[in-house]
Write a protein that binds this ligand. Sequence first.
Ligand code: ADP
Ligand code: MG
Length: 259
Amino acid sequence: MSAAFALNKGPEASQQDFLLSVEDLTVSFDGFKAVDSLSFYVEENEIRVIIGPNGAGKTTVLDLICGRTQSTKGSIKFRGKELTALKEHQIVHSGVGRKFQNPSIYEDLTVFENLELSFPRGRNVVGALLFKRDHEVISRVEEVAEMIFLKDLLQTEAAILSHGQKQWLEIGMLLIQSPELLMLDEPVAGMSVSERIKTAELLNKIIKDHSVIVIEHDMKFVKDIAHRVTVLHQGKVLSEGSMEHVQNDPKVVEVYLGH
Ligand code: ADP
Ligand code: MG
């Protein structure tokens, strides 16, 4: 299913053509470089998958992009805007949404209420006071619920959803904010096979209007979604390219896929 993806736009292409440009990014924890002079570039409407052994620095890369962790060195440009100087909420406001490994939904609220709460207008105090369940909100909630396979469960309490449905709800809570870039850390961990297939479907649908960075271990899932794959090892890019390219790269087989 992975689309042919043209990264090489020719000599006239500049950094401005990339949605996200990460360059020479480094973070040092007490002298240990979890991310070490890392550079990679993500295009619009691309699904980039980051793979690599445990401890490679994958989650830390997302922490750096979303401003949760401060970089020691390097640059992260999103639509040409430097993110390393911004606070977490400013980065969210710039259009970067992040989903963490464990779902953080409101268990005692319904699917509808969880999505409604994430709708941008409800977010600040003034917005919350003026907030009404008007037509715009309801239709947007329904639209997102349909995308995440929960349209028939809008009035269901989130607590009784399956693990996979909770993961979808959290993706929906990001989608409803219409970020340009979504970052997902191991979204299919703990999902059933059919849930994994539907999640691949969901991601392939949403890249029509978004770009996505996904960290994942399930190679079948990676194959179903990745336009390009970046293999991280010891905080650096070990290999990068199509799924076929990285799968056949002896370095990748040695440190990751061979295990
Ligand atoms: P991955 O997601 O690829 O499994 P991580 O990004 O979680 O790897 O971690 C990369 C390395 O950085 C690990 O050795 C981890 O222990 C270390 N690390 C991550 N965050 C911190 C932190 N806040 N302080 C110290 N070490 C950290
Ligand atoms: Mg991780």
